[in-house]
Design a protein around this ligand. Structure first.
Ligand code: ADP
Ligand code: MG
Length: 160
């Protein structure tokens, strides 16, 4: 696990771009954090670096967006969902094992049972009393992404 602090939306964008430069196809990325923490901004910035042209919007209302970048990019937001049946209805399980693409899931923590064995976890927390400061924790569940996480830590901190 490692942590990075950003002082502005711009710094978060730059951080997300670095993560996108290292991420591999077949990775599921779960994003945790309160409303307004910066999850969607993080995904938007990664998607652009991954070759998505045009607007990347928040899937809060439509629940899922798919984009064609250098590979397929799938973006879920589970905030409005309440049951696992609804997950099935939106095709969630087709993408929890999706070797050819990259899958982002906001509010994944609502459905711990529905998550794959291996995923990267990005937690974004507002730092108290500061409007623009965020603590961003990078971690993984399962062993598959441990090497990626170590490489990423080195890469992210190499520019400091
Ligand atoms: P979420 O998807 O977590 O609900 P959004 O990404 O939609 O959040 O919104 C995050 C908001 O917080 C944006 O308006 C962004 O400009 C603002 N913000 C302020 N400081 C930061 C920061 N350091 N990192 C990310 N977003 C920030
Ligand atoms: Mg969001």
């Amino acid at each position: 696990m490692f942590t990075h602090i950003t002082q502005s939306p711009y710094e978060t964008v730059k951080l997300a771009e670095k993560v996108a430069q290292r991420i591999r196809e077949g990775t599921v990325v779960c994003l945790e954090g309160d409303l307004g923490a910066g999850k969607t901004l993080f995904v938007q910035s990664m998607a652009r670096t991954l070759g998505v042209q045009g607007e990347v919007t928040s899937p809060t209302f439509n629940l899922m967006n798919i984009y064609e970048g250098f590979c397929p990019i799938v973006h879920f937001d589970l905030y409005r969902l309440t049951t696992e049946e609804e997950l099935e209805d939106i095709g969630f399980y087709e993408y929890t094992d999706f070797p050819e693409g990259i899958v982002f899931i906001e509010w994944a923590e609502k459905f711990p049972e529905a998550l794959p064995e291996n995923y990267v976890l990005i937690k974004i927390e507002r730092i108290k009393d500061s409007r623009n400061m965020r603590r961003i924790d990078f971690d993984c569940v399962g062993e598959e992404h441990e090497d990626f996480l170590n490489e990423l830590e080195e890469f992210v901190h190499s520019g400091d």
